[in-house]
Design a protein around this ligand. Structure first.
Ligand code: MTE
Ligand code: LUZ
Ligand code: MOS
Length: 756
């Protein structure tokens, strides 16, 4: 496809023209809501006293579970999450009451006056402890390929170990929030900062006890979601909707950062065991892993996240014998949730740890082990899908060709031989990420297209713009199908009354699903336009094309252009509106067998990560990340490169500097930006070089331009392994730079530690 130069919305953001939730002009009489959460992670509530707070000037009402008009329940996959705590608190941050006041300040002051008496219960924060106590949210699941039990006997080398990863705060720039106002017929209209407008609509309908048609959800854009607003925007929306419904007044909540950090779930921490076996040529013969997912106090999306961990447990490697099991462990942390990669990164970290472990012990290069085991066309995943359009090796080889990995390694070796204080390390991170919701029924979307009588086009889809450039791509799709200037196309807000029953904008599949629905809608209108043009030109529809706003008949230019054609079609009573639908073909998965073909396609890539460690100060710098990425036939370079850079930096932040800390009482200690550090301009790679793998893309990708939202996050995993690369002479399996106190005397060799 021709690269249409569409201005991205960046200019709107930097000039402050973009309208986020908190920028929506408030209606007269708007009230402000603030949740009250109890200071405990697990307790019986013996007494709640809100009387002093209710008497505070400006406080209009304080709501608790007793005021819920429908169901006090927001659990999506499993109904295990009350909106308001009733008699028990399950995590520190669980809403107990909602203060509604005439100003935010009054609500903040009143919140300090609420008193609660608690009978503390035992707190679990560790997923292994939860498993030992039988606290599982769903039964464990296992993916199996071949026969690992018998395979160990054929292995020349077998290694076992443990690999843990911590959680990650989403830190979207825009915190969670919603603004609801009552409309006619006892209905609610709500602006919500959500990736899942339909999830919000469904949750509000349930909590209010009204049919979904009485709830209209509208989303203009998000200041970031990163998965944190796929499921977890619903609670805040339900709270303000309930208040607006009961009080018949507009009610708004834009969360304070520290409230948001304390009350919302994060990326799931995992604690995992692995066993990996190689033949004498370092081909992986067998791989087993047991994943303990720290789900937090309720299911939220954890069962789906856990499933994706299993799907990506073998990353880009072809392994004939695989046995991987995952446990969804209930703890007293806030329910953990979707986060870019959705369990995939947690699974990939473990196999990369296993490979690094083997390389360390045998004194061979991890890079060579990785290379020898890359998937090829026809490789079978543990879940039964046969890999097609496999670009694992193509990406690896092009990385090698473009950046000369041997040379980079020997430069490092030469440096390290001379330097005693600073050591350089390199790691290669191949990625393979499946595109589609793993839950097959979610893979469909709709779009509503209006061609207005002046030739301008209005598009609504079910997709939410959260900074990933969706709207820019949707403009390109509509402009390409009609062959009109992109400036004629406007993308409307995402609204449940215009486009209903949407899947959340997630799984990197938003542009594919909504873009293909949009294509279908535009094509239907285009067919009617061609029919009309053929009548005007005494031709047949097949002979008509539109190119650059000109109507061509049999390839010949005519007097008819886009604007004239639309005008004529409208006055000839041709329908210029269409609702397009798209459902991903050929995907299926049988959970009883744990086999199927769940993904439309996979995205591949290879990154070479180069770091320098200062062994005296214990600091490090990321010198370069050089990567080859499988974009397919890229439809917008700027958007896609932005996704690679952002994903990479988010991934390396998770792997290196970001650290979520809860104390043993389940209280979040890293509860502000002073204690939770994300990458800044000083900690990003000094160089990021991105090469596109030249391919024809994939037919199930929108205009053959592959999904790009989540996969690059996993390049960041390479930074961890580059820092601890064996050549630096660091102790095996520990990244601390010196043998660390944490690992001294506890079999440090088998622990891959994330603490830096
Ligand atoms: N990029 C920005 N700027 N902001 C975001 O919130 N979310 C990521 C990714 N890139 C996100 C982002 C996540 S978690 C997903 S699933 C995809 O974008 C969603 O958009 P897509 O399906 O259009 O790729
Ligand atoms: N959400 C979801 C996701 O519900 N299912 C998925 O498979 C998924 N994958 C990635 C991110 N979000
Ligand atoms: Mo992304 S984790 O699918 O919102």
């Amino acid at each position: 496809m021709r690269q249409v130069l569409v201005p991205t919305r960046g200019a709107y953001h930097v000039t402050g023209k973009s309208v986020y939730l908190d920028d929506i002009p408030v209606q007269q009489g708007t009230l402000y809501a603030l949740p009250y959460d109890a200071p405990s992670a697990h307790a019986h509530i013996t007494k709640l006293d809100v009387s002093k707070a209710a008497a505070y000037p400006g406080v209009v009402r304080i709501l608790t579970y007793k005021d819920v008009t429908g169901e006090n329940q927001i659990g999506g996959i499993i109904p295990d999450e009350p909106l308001f705590a009733e008699h028990e608190i399950h995590f520190w941050g669980m809403p107990v009451a909602l203060i509604i006041a005439t100003s935010e300040d009054a609500a903040v002051q009143a919140r300090k006056l609420i008193t609660i008496e608690l009978e503390e219960l035992p707190v679990i924060t560790d997923p292994r402890e939860a498993r030992a106590k039988g606290e599982l949210i769903i039964p464990p699941r296992t993916f199996n390929l071949g026969d690992t039990t018998n395979a160990w006997a054929n292995c020349a080398h077998v290694f076992e170990g443990r690999a843990d990863t911590n959680g990650q705060e989403h830190l979207y720039i825009e915190t969670q929030g919603a603004y609801a106002y009552p409309t006619e017929h006892d209905s609610i209209r709500i602006a919500s900062s959500t990736q899942g407008p339909t999830a919000v609509q469904r949750t509000i309908a349930r909590v209010l006890g009204v049919p979904m048609h009485r709830v209209e959800v509208d989303v203009t854009r998000l200041g970031g979601g990163f998965g944190g607003k796929e499921d977890q925007a619903s609670a805040w929306a339900a709270l303000v909707a309930l208040a607006a419904f009961i009080l018949k007044k507009p009610v708004k909540l834009a969360m304070h950062r520290m409230d948001d950090m304390r009350m919302t779930g994060k990326r799931h921490p995992y604690s995992s065991d692995y066993k990996i076996g190689f033949d004498k040529d370092m081909k992986i013969v067998a791989y087993e892993a047991t994943f303990h997912q720290n789900a937090g106090a309720a299911a939220d999306l954890s069962p789906a996240v856990m499933e994706r961990t299993l799907f990506h447990a073998t990353n880009s490697y072809a392994i004939p014998n695989v046995h991987v099991t995952a446990y969804c462990c209930r703890t007293n942390l806030p329910p953990n949730t979707a986060f870019r990669g959705f369990g995939g990164p947690q699974g990939m970290f473990v196999i990369e740890s296993a490979i690094a472990h083997a390389a360390d012990k045998l004194g061979v290069s991890a890079r060579e082990i990785q290379r020898r085991n890359l998937m090829v066309e026809g490789s079978e995943f543990s879940y039964g899908q046969i890999a097609d359009h496999v670009n694992a090796k193509a990406c690896w080889d092009l990385t090698d060709q473009k950046f000369d990995l041997d040379k980079l390694q020997s430069q490092n070796n030469a440096f390290n031989a001379k330097s005693t204080t600073h050591k350089k390390g390199m790691a290669i991170m191949p990625i393979c990420f499946g595109i589609s919701f793993t839950n097959t029924p979610m893979n469909h979307a709709r779009a509503l297209v209006h061609v207005y009588q002046d030739g301008s086009v209005g598009v609504s889809t079910g997709g939410v713009e959260m900074g990933q450039g969706l709207n820019t791509k949707m403009v390109q799709v509509a402009a390409a199908v009609f062959s009109i200037d992109p400036s004629r196309v406007k993308i409307e807000s995402t609204n449940t009354s215009r486009v209903a029953n949407t899947s959340p904008s997630a799984a990197s599949a938003t542009a594919d699903l909504n873009g293909k629905a949009l294509e279908n809608g535009c094509n239907a209108i285009l067919a009617r336009l061609k029919e009309k043009a053929s009548r005007m030109l005494n031709s047949t529809p097949d002979e008509i094309t539109i190119a650059d706003e000109r109507v061509l008949n049999n390839g010949q230019r005519t007097d008819l252009d886009w604007k004239k054609l639309i005008h004529a079609a409208h006055w000839d009573r041709v329908n210029l509106s269409e609702s397009g639908h798209y459902a991903t073909p050929n995907i299926h998965f049988d959970k009883t067998k744990e086999k199927g073909h769940p993904f439309a396609y996979h995205v591949y890539g290879t990154a070479a990560v180069l770091v320098t460690v200062d062994c005296i100060r214990g600091t490090y710098a990321i010198d370069a990340v050089k990567l080859v990425h499988d974009f397919g036939k890229r439809m917008n370079d700027a958007v896609d490169i932005g996704q690679i850079e952002g994903g990479l930096v988010q991934g390396l932040g998770w792997m290196t500097m970001e650290e979520i800390v809860y104390n043993d009482k389940g209280k979040l200690l890293s509860n502000a930006l002073s204690t939770y550090k994300v990458p800044d301009i000083h900690s990003v790679p000094k160089e990021i070089t991105i090469e596109a793998l030249p391919t024809d893309g994939h037919p199930l990708a929108i205009r053959r331009s592959k999904a790009v939202g989540e996969p690059p996050l996993m390049y960041g995993i390479g930074v961890y392994f580059a820092i601890q690369e064996r050549d630096q002479g660091l102790p095996a399996g520990c990244a601390h730079g010196v043998r660390c106190a944490v690992h001294a005397g506890e079999g440090a060799d088998d622990v891959v530690c994330m603490t830096l």
